[in-house]
Design a protein around this ligand. Sequence first.
Ligand code: ADP
Ligand code: MG
Length: 450
Amino acid sequence: MSTLWERTLAELQLVVPSQEFTAWISCLRTAGDPDETLTVEAPSAFHRSWVQRHFLERIRTTVESVAGRAVPVVLAVGTSGAAAVRNESAGTTANGCAPASVSPPPIRIRTATRGMGTHEPSFESFVVGTCNQLAHAAARAVAAAPGRQYNPLCIYGGVGLGKTHLIHAIAGELRARFRSARVLAIGAELFVNEMVSAVRRQQMETFHHRFRRIDTLLVDDVQFIAGKERTQEEFLHTFNLLCAAGKQIVVSSDKPPREIANLEAGLRSRFEGGLMTEVTPPDTATRRGILERKAADAGIVLPADVVAFLAERIRATSVRELEGTLTRIRALASLTGRTIDLALAAEVVGPMRGGDQRHATAERIERLVGAELGVEARALRSPRREARLVFARQVAMFFLRNVLGLSLAAIGERYGRDHTTVLHAVRVVNKRRDRDPEVRRLVSALEEKL
Ligand code: ADP
Ligand code: MG
């Protein structure tokens, strides 16, 4: 059973624009189901005051309708992690209200609430990196010559990695290039709903007709139709007819077709008979590109050091997180009239990481790394060079650098190596994390524990 807050979040997600939701609401936390009052924690005082001004009323009414009774909602600032630390320095208690310096100004800043992504998703606004270049190239090829190669094209991968963006980019390009083409981009959920209502109103003829005269059919989030028997049957039928007529089909899915439970076998083999491309989380370079691009599109001046800092700090797997961060940065800048610099960026993303990093001492890092990789913590500081130990040492160096912020020289000294070895280690771990899911998991598991 999900909590009141989880159900409230699900409701809010339907009504709050997604950029705004990611930037401000998804990171709010509660201590669990309320007895009397629902206390919602924001990661910083600034965040709290923004939510209070822009979303509190809506949160209150949503909580009430979900709970079926009036539940008082109180906004607080998170008591854990850097948010609390900053509140102390700003002269308030950890649970206190926003300090005066970030209290909301009397006028509402409209531009700051508009969020990123006001541009139509297109190929031009899509940032290509190693994580998505095959999917992007295939999408381009399909948009250039629909129905020729790669039919169907299946784009799969996790949430927020650009699948819907690519679907709309293909559709947009086809509409622009072939003006008379009948292009339909539709979410699978809508496909299901339309079919169900056609069945109910006994209008299957119209439904068939509508879908079968399409030149290019793009179905987003096709995993949604799994387990719905009649819909799958209908979809397969449409699919076969369109394919036989040489029409292009593109589908996206949150996982590879073979991993979609209850996907009808005919559909699965259809999907697998085409081209399957995966989108994976962006690596550091791509994150940098995306930040630059989104900032430029939104008219935000983002200095290079801030871009580099953010691309390192925000290792979330979804591009939406990057967009959300930009939204918050812009909001803080316009709210306080400050220019965007490293200090401001750190203020915005710092609290999101949680945990007081000063407590993570070098020994503790070594113990955790050792335990995680099955080597003795002490051996990390020995001259031994077995492969497993070398890698574990590199991971430890990486954390000493990134979490403790120790200098390369200081880390080198600790391990009896010079600073170029440390630099190399940090780069190796960065690179492997970007490429190797195993290493990515390892690093985030360690990050969690730290
Ligand atoms: P998915 O459908 O895979 O869950 P979306 O296509 O909705 O993800 O992408 C989430 C957000 O991130 C959108 O605003 C989208 O424009 C943006 N986005 C994702 N990938 C890229 C990219 N490579 N370049 C630019 N924007 C991107
Ligand atoms: Mg999507």
